[in-house]
Design a protein. Structure first.
Length: 432
């Protein structure tokens, strides 16, 4: 058993039952390995595709050299000895590392800056519903081309048609799971919350998103009672859905743990007692300690004056940066706590998801292999897709990326993506 969390504590968890897109077809068309025959654009090749690089990271904590990834029919057929496969379409990537496509468990696909104002899309926007879906499609493409092959968007109604179009193969993008809309204090009491969860399940939500605390910009205090959280997470379980909770401080996170929720988002103000409780109760922890802050600060003028994006709100966020980093470092010391990869990518951040992992390693002190596992097999477990994605092994979906260099030696190699394959289809290939 490797040291990166392969032995999961499943039994402790509650059971759970476009600007870039509207481009020239030749610029966006996926490479299926069938160009010579002219057949099946957008479908996985019937013939084998072989990916060869200097090393392979399987997503579970193992590294291999002298091997190749063999893909057929959209799935990984084998991790074979290098050069063993004949009669295949071969991608030779000397100097590169192959690893599973990254899985970001917390993004906002629909968040964007309006074309007319350059500011965050909001109530004053003149965008149509069609415009919003196209912006989401652009964000999806930006993340796919950067090596993110699966996302959990938490979430907006524009996610649903985009999710379904990507699943049909009509648009290029990462595999999408969505919460559609959140549960908030404004949803009402326990009965109203249960009714809301029922409606979201009926509408096709893949996950239930719950705001259990206020934003860090206004202090992060609890916003839902124990009874409300019990209702939200309990009703999600009735539908076989996971419940993820926006919870910055100890009380909101502890209430979520007692309610049997699935995953804590943000948690920038948590203490050791709460982190220990999350581990004990088997919750996933999804901290966001870099990209969300860095992106807000870089785009402050595009957010300032909208909602709680005030001067005071930005001051609170700046003060939270070292606190969140300290909590992350403490979390790494908690035995059994499953820390997954999520970025809270909003307007301006899509496609730079990898920087969160780099920060966790460089500033947070996380082991590079553990960071990669958190964004691959462990993230797949957090979204309950660990039997199909997040690992390079026979039988898994062929979601494979290649990066120039060795991310175990320099995590910054994740920036230099030279190949992106999702479901056996190559969407990006930049020869080194």
């Amino acid at each position: 058993m490797n040291p990166y969390g392969l032995a999961r504590r499943r039994t402790t968890r509650a059971a759970a039952g476009c600007a870039a897109i509207i481009c020239a077809v030749t610029a966006c068309a996926p490479d299926t390995g069938e160009a010579a025959s002219g057949s099946g654009a957008g479908k996985a090749a019937a013939a084998a595709i072989v990916l060869r690089a200097d090393r392979i990271l399987d997503g579970r904590g193992e590294a291999y050299t002298g091997r190749e990834v063999v893909v057929r029919g959209g799935r990984i057929e084998a991790i074979a000895e290098a050069g063993a496969t004949r009669g295949a379409v071969v991608y030779d990537l000397p100097g590169a590392t192959l690893l599973p496509g990254l899985i970001d468990t917390h993004v906002h696909l629909g968040w964007h800056f309006d074309a007319e104002t350059g500011r965050l899309h909001g109530a004053e926007s003149t965008d149509t519903a069609e415009d919003e879906i196209l912006y989401a499609a652009e964000n999806a493409w930006n993340m796919l081309s950067s090596g993110v092959t699966t996302v959990q968007s938490v979430g907006g109604p524009e996610d649903v048609p985009l999710r379904d179009a990507i699943a049909r193969g009509s648009l290029p993008g990462p595999r999408v799971l969505t919460s559609i809309a959140p549960i908030t204090a404004g949803t009402g009491g326990p009965d109203e919350i249960r009714t809301r969860v029922d409606a979201l399940a009926e509408a096709g939500a893949d996950v239930i998103k719950i705001f259990g605390s206020a934003s860090i910009r206004v202090g992060g205090a609890p916003t839902l009672s124990q009874e409300q959280l019990d209702a939200a997470c309990g009703q999600a379980r009735e539908h076989g859905l996971r419940a993820v909770v926006h919870a910055h401080g100890p009380e909101s996170a502890q209430r979520s743990a007692r309610a049997g929720c699935w995953q804590i988002e943000h948690g920038a103000l948590l203490d050791r007692e709460t982190l220990d409780l999350l581990s004990e109760r088997g919750l996933f922890y999804d901290p966001h300690i870099h990209l969300i802050f860095e992106n807000y600060f870089a785009n402050q003028e595009r957010y300032l004056g909208i909602g709680n994006y005030t001067e005071e709100g930005f001051r609170q966020m700046r003060e939270a940066v070292p606190t969140a980093l300290g909590v992350f470092r403490e979390a790494l010391q908690v035995e059994g706590l499953e820390i997954v990869f999520g970025t809270d990518a909003v307007a301006g951040a899509h496609g730079r998801n990898w920087t969160e992992l780099a920060y966790r390693v460089r500033e947070g002190g996380q082991d590079p292999m553990a960071a990669i596992v958190s964004a691959t097999s462990l993230a797949a477990e957090a979204i309950e897709l660990d039997e199909s994605v997040g690992t390079l092994a026979a039988g898994f979906e062929a979601d494979v990326i290649a990066v120039a260099g060795n991310p175990l030696a320099d995590i910054g190699a994740l920036e230099h993506v030279v190949l992106v394959m999702r479901g056996g289809v190559v969407y990006r290939h930049r020869p080194m």
